[in-house]
Design a protein around this ligand. Structure first.
Ligand code: IFM
Length: 474
């Protein structure tokens, strides 16, 4: 008896397949070739900030092993690779000339990708701010946005072979985890600074777009946001209001200025007493809302939200609540990482629900923009290990990615102009405050020897990207 073939669904012909990484998470070589410290060097060297005291000093040693890593990408068969450029390698001092050795490293990387027929998709900023700029106020200081414009101009002018640039990765994390909640570098806990940083990061993005339009009209430019789907825990009005508030902080605070040229009224009101919006100057919103060519979306998990004082009801409904994040955010409980009864989680404690990705993509199309969309990050950490035969079997990751790719296909069928998908991440790497304790890679990295072992998910993903099809088995 022959086994019937598993039916499959196809992606659009020109769909761009890739994987993603970021400079500080993989490069190492933090003092090499003129690089100066970034805020993550300082933060990770501060006792108690990162699990096990891990730092990016060695990371995956990609700075030296880049060619081997590009061979792995070629073997994977992807058409594109998303990586970021370390600002402290390019402008090691606050002012002064660009560092040729830093530029040379990235040009070698770009050329190496091109030689392998892989399209480079660089991000200008994925969180490694030069410490010297943090010493002058960091993202809470408007000057940093102006320095970003200089840095953007340098990479735009000096690096060849790029068709698509991304200015920022996840400005919400830089502003709120870094300046509001103290969980990421630089570790500040001032909500006013988080609001100021939000505005200055958006302004810097606008200045980056302006630089690209004047210096390199031949390139496309966009940015990547980490967007969420916040579901009220119940239909109680307090939970619904809390979910809208969480949506404001994560989504509308960024999407509205970028696509509508204004901050949401409720956010202006809620954060009025922090004076953070005093950072705004005339003309800023016009710069911020200048048209972009595409939007990158990083999506991992939805969040469930309960109103203040409703802990008891939430627990009774079976949720394991996360703490309210800060004193000024205590009027709602944001239960990201909540254990919704019956739903699986990743090793980050993040609930898995791919239907939220489709919902998010459709909302972006309906409410915000018609520009092409790319999933610039999606993936999962699990408790991987090398088994006795030397293999890393990670069926949970395959299931996770399968479900999210299926959601992408559903969104495309709903009319969303989704052009590509970048799996986070190519390599296991430095997962910020979690150090090396969380593995997101489809390639295992042995941090002692540097050895790379493609996981089962790597081989599975190769099948998807080379056929441009997703089987419909699960
Ligand atoms: O590792 C990070 C990445 O740097 C930014 N987006 C989320 C990933 C997983 O936490």
């Amino acid at each position: 008896m022959s086994i019937p073939p598993v039916p499959s669904r196809s992606f659009p012909k020109s769909f761009l397949w890739g994987t993603a990484t970021a400079s500080y998470q993989i490069e190492g070589a933090i003092t090499e070739d003129g690089r100066t410290p970034s805020i993550w060097d300082t933060f990770s060297a501060t006792p108690g900030k990162v699990t096990n005291g891990d730092t990016g000093e060695m990371a995956c040693d990609h700075y030296h092993r880049w060619s081997e890593d590009l061979d792995i990408l070629a073997d994977l068969g992807v058409g594109a690779y998303r990586f970021s450029i370390a600002w402290p390698r390019i402008h090691p001092e606050v002012s002064g000339p660009a560092n040729q050795k830093g530029l040379d490293f990235y040009q070698r990387l770009i050329d190496g990708l091109r030689d392998r027929n892989i399209t480079p998709l660089p991000t200008m900023y994925h969180w490694d701010l030069p410490q010297a700029l943090e010493d002058q106020g960091g993202w809470a200081n408007r000057e940093t946005a102006l320095r970003f414009a200089d840095y953007a101009a340098t990479v735009l002018e000096e690096l060849d072979g790029i068709e698509k640039w991304t200015t920022f990765n996840e400005p919400w994390c830089s502003a709120w985890l870094g300046y509001g909640y103290g969980i990421h570098a630089p570790g500040r806990t001032d909500i006013g600074d988080a609001v100021r940083a939000t505005h200055n990061l958006l302004l810097a993005h606008g200045l980056g777009v302006e630089a690209a339009r004047s210096l390199r009209p031949d390139v496309e430019i966009g940015l990547t946001l980490n967007l969420g789907v916040h579901r009220p825990g119940t239909s109680h009005p307090d939970d619904r209001a809390a979910a809208w508030r969480a949506d404001g902080n994560t989504n509308r605070l960024f999407l509205d200025p970028l696509f509508r040229g204004s901050y949401p009224e409720d956010m202006l009101e809620i954060y009025a007493d922090t004076n953070g919006f005093d950072a705004m100057r005339e003309g800023d919103l016009a710069l911020i809302s200048a048209p972009i060519d595409f939007l990158g979306i990083n999506f991992y998990t939805p969040g469930t939200v309960f109103g203040a004082g409703r802990e008891q009801q939430a627990r009774e409904a079976g949720f394991n609540l996360g703490p309210a994040r800060t004193s000024t955010d205590k009027d709602y409980l944001l239960a990201i990482g909540a254990e919704t009864p019956g739903r699986p989680q990743t090793a980050m404690g993040w609930e898995i629900d791919a239907t939220a990705l489709r919902e998010l993509l459709v909302r972006l199309k309906n409410e915000y923009t018609a520009v092409p969309l790319y999933i610039t990050e999606n993936g999962a950490a699990f408790h991987d290990y090398v088994d006795s035969s030397g293999r890393v079997l990670d069926p949970e990751r395959v299931t996770y990615v399968h479900q999210h790719l299926s959601a992408c296909l559903d969104a495309i069928a709903d009319g969303v102009d989704l052009r590509g998908y970048f799996l986070w991440s190519l390599l296991d790497n430095f997962e910020w405050a979690y150090g090396y304790s969380r593995r997101f890679g489809i390639v295992w990295v042995d941090y002692d020897s540097g050895r790379r072992i493609p996981k089962e998910s790597f081989h599975w993903y190769r099948g998807v990207v080379t056929t441009n099809e997703l089987d419909t088995r699960s």
